[in-house]
Design a protein around this ligand. Structure first.
Ligand code: ADP
Ligand code: MG
Length: 412
């Protein structure tokens, strides 16, 4: 078949609607379904916390945390949407504002969003953050409004060392005239609490709601509910659904991963012209998602991490056992010199090795050499093929992939 015909075939299949998807959009991350299986308790808990706002009483601040994909954002939006409808129907003087701190990016954007929720006009940039905060408070007082402010992925505020905004927000009620702001903080990072100022923490966590990872059975229920509207009837085998749930549970019970697997498996089946999603499509999808994740991580690595990885890449090909720190450092300096980059100290490199291990790009393990002391065994955590593919396009380090190591004492 000529490639022209093949392209036509792809277009035709697309136009005829394919044989797999009925509505791909319901598998998107931001889609909020009408039913959230296995989260009824969390929904009720949050509804109980927020209900007093409907007759004007101040609500307790709440702190929601749990790993990614455990339904925190979905549950919060679900309850907030219903609260908003109820408040509108009652004509309650209540505003509701949802902000994702990671996406908002800066304190300025977060405050601008808060102002916007009260229809206060603010320029895109240019004012002092404190000025925005003042305008926000003034408008709340002027309209005598209460507001529930949800700060999702709130850990990003603290990671950027911008927790002063959090501090200001937890004190905001002192400047209001009887009306109030209730805060809901949501974090994917379980250790986030350790980083918080004690006063901010106690204020924020008047109520705590914890989201546990889903089990494989729970993920199965979530996926099958979603699959009903996502796929054409009969396009999804039950065994494939089970496999998606099992894979996602193996990681940490992440519903987002489970939905991604299902979507990508569907796309692979569709691309193949199959009218059923088979187990093999799910297996391929798992591989594809993992590879894509590595590709993203690799692309945005700082220079020295890339050089270190290329060092491990070469040593891995010399010795399948994995390399040791000393050899790696020697090769790393050799690589740096060959592209006129000043090498970092061994100590710094050791720190970077740990970071690469955390990212899953390397696997390191401490081994003992008896009286010669201890060292680290290092292996790639990524298929070497992916390193070669991604980094060969890199202007600075690409040439290093072809480097002939001059190591003095090759092991293995
Ligand atoms: P988190 O905010 O905890 O990282 P999300 O709420 O964004 O997780 O959930 C990830 C994805 O999984 C979203 O697409 C969401 O709609 C879906 N999801 C999570 N929990 C459920 C559930 N109980 N029922 C249906 N879909 C869910
Ligand atoms: Mg979330």
């Amino acid at each position: 078949m000529s490639s022209g015909n093949r392209v036509d075939e792809i277009f035709d299949r697309f136009l005829s609607g394919g044989k797999i998807f009925n509505n791909r959009d319901v598998l998107r991350h931001d889609y909020i379904p009408d039913k959230l299986p296995h989260r009824a308790e969390h929904i009720q808990r949050l509804a109980n916390i927020l209900a007093p706002s409907l007759n004007g009483s101040k609500v307790s601040n709440a702190f929601i945390y749990g790993k990614t994909g455990t339904g925190k954002t979905a549950v919060a939006k679900y309850v907030l949407n219903r609260l908003k409808e109820k408040a509108n129907a009652l004509g309650a003087p209540l505003k509701i504002c949802y902000i994702n701190c990671r996406l908002a990016g800066t304190n300025y954007r977060i405050l601008a969003d808060l102002c916007k929720s009260l229809e206060v006009d603010v320029p895109f940039t240019g004012l002092a953050v404190s000025e925005l905060l003042d305008r926000y408070k003034e408008k709340l007082n002027l309209l005598n409004l209460n507001e529930i402010v949800t700060l999702d992925e709130i850990d990003f505020l603290v990671k950027r060392n911008e927790d002063s905004l959090l501090y200001e927000l937890t004190r905001i009620n002192e400047f209001l005239r009887g009306n109030w702001v209730g805060l809901i903080g949501i974090s994917n990072d379980l250790r986030f609490k350790e980083y918080l100022d004690a006063r901010v923490l106690s204020c924020l966590s008047e109520e705590e709601v914890i989201f546990k990872p889903y089990s494989a059975d729970e993920l199965y229920d979530i996926l099958s509910e979603r699959a009903k509207s996502a796929f054409i009837e009969g396009a999804l085998q039950d065994s494939s659904l089970k496999l998606c749930a099992a894979y996602a549970a193996r990681e940490h019970g992440d519903a987002r991963r489970a939905l991604d697997l299902l979507r990508v498996a569907g796309e692979l089946a569709e691309r193949e012209g199959s009218n059923t999603i088979l187990d093999k499509h799910v297996k391929e999808a798992l591989q594809k998602i993992e590879d894509d994740r590595f590709v993203e991580a690799l692309k945005y690595l700082p220079l020295h991490q890339k050089i270190i990885l290329i060092g491990v890449y070469h040593l891995d090909s010399l010795c399948a056992e994995g390399s040791i720190t000393g050899d790696l450092y020697e090769l790393y300096t050799e690589l740096c010199t060959s592209i006129f980059v000043e090498p970092l100290t061994q100590r710094r490199v050791s720190g970077l090795l740990n970071e690469l291990d955390i990212l899953g790009l390397l696997n390191t393990r401490v081994v003992s050499f008896g009286r010669y002391g201890r060292t680290k065994k290092i292996k790639l955590g990524v298929p070497s093929k992916i390193i070669a593919e991604v980094l060969s396009d890199d202007d600075v380090v690409g040439s290093l992939l072809k480097h002939e190591a001059k190591l003095k004492h090759k092991r293995g």
